[in-house]
Design a protein around this ligand. Structure first.
Ligand SMILES: Nc1ncnc2c1ncn2[C@@H]1O[C@H](COP(=O)(O)OP(=O)(O)OP(=O)(O)O)[C@@H](O)[C@H]1O
Length: 277
């Protein structure tokens, strides 16, 4: 399978001292991270710690409250609607429910972005879609209807569709959620293989320590409103930080807060509802 080679060590995504949040609410402060072409990066943290918020900042859905977010060397916080559209064409996003079109078969689902965004001839589309389906092990499933494939296969078809335009940056939102252990391992290896073949930068939002550590070059752990730790999987494994250790071991007790913190907005809501118990 042939993919264009990309220049190694080109920085694809960079956060520099970014504060991210919604309105007056800041979810994460002073976030700095860098992802280069060909790298797989795992973005981890407890529930509600701000992982999806980081992903939204990377796609320009939200703008940083301060600091900078650069995508392909462009300040996405300053981009206008047209520039955003141009930058987003170079990204692939795979959402947790990578919903397929149920009225199209596997082949047409993967061909869809090519038909929408390119003027390739039919023979080129057929070759490219079959190649990409081959990369996810589903070449021979091209003719099947979406109703005829399993949930795990549907994930792989969604993955093929997300990479068919050869994005330079792929953002995966919890790619391992709800997968059995075998599909989980296969999906993780697939993400690594696609990153290596395409030379694209891959960001995974995930809770799954074992699978993501097996394929990630770099891990970022967010929590308590900030970047708590970053480094290679080995660095994190060796960390003595109690938060890092608790997260990696999935322990119930420790510095990771299970409860959503009480905020002034909640206090005001509670006061209006007449009870403080
Ligand atoms: N559109 C929004 N407006 C206001 N607050 C939001 C919005 N979306 C998320 N939040 C808040 O931002 C914080 C971080 O949410 P986010 O979805 O980024 O967490 P997460 O780490 O992805 O969580 P999970 O692992 O549970 O999906 C939460 O406190 C959440 O309530």
């Amino acid at each position: 399978m042939s993919f264009p080679s990309h220049t190694p060590s080109k920085t694809v995504l960079r956060f520099e001292g970014a504060a991210l949040g919604y309105g007056e609410f800041t979810v994460l402060r002073d976030i700095s991270l860098q992802i280069d072409a060909g790298q797989v990066v795992a973005l981890m943290g407890g529930s509600g710690s701000g992982k999806t918020t980081l992903l939204r900042a990377a796609t320009g859905q939200i703008r940083p409250q301060s600091g900078q977010v650069q995508v392909f060397g462009h300040d996405i916080g300053q981009a206008d609607a047209h520039q955003l559209q141009t930058l987003r064409k170079r990204m692939g996003v795979l959402f947790q429910q990578g919903a397929l079109f149920t009225d199209l078969n596997v082949f047409e689902n993967v061909a869809f972005p090519l038909r929408e965004h390119t003027r390739l001839e039919e023979s080129a589309i057929v070759a490219k879609v079959l190649n990409t389906l081959d990369a996810v092990g589903l070449r021979a499933a091209a003719h099947l209807a979406v109703a005829e494939i399993s949930g795990g296969m549907a994930r792989r078809v969604a993955l093929a569709r997300a990479v068919i335009l050869e994005p330079e940056l792929i953002l995966y939102d919890e790619p391992f959620a709800g997968l059995d252990p075998i599909s989980l391992g296969i999906t993780a290896q697939l993400i690594r293989t696609l990153a290596d073949r395409l030379g694209c930068a891959s960001v995974l939002i995930t809770h799954d320590v074992q699978e993501s550590f097996a394929i990630a070059d770099q891990v970022y752990l967010v929590g308590q409103g900030k970047m708590l730790a970053s480094g290679t999987p080995d660095d994190l494994n060796q960390s003595q930080d109690p938060y890092v250790q608790q997260f990696l071991q999935g322990a119930a007790d420790g510095p990771v807060a299970f409860n959503y913190p009480v905020t002034p907005a909640f206090e005001r809501w509670l006061a209006r509802h007449g009870s403080r118990s």
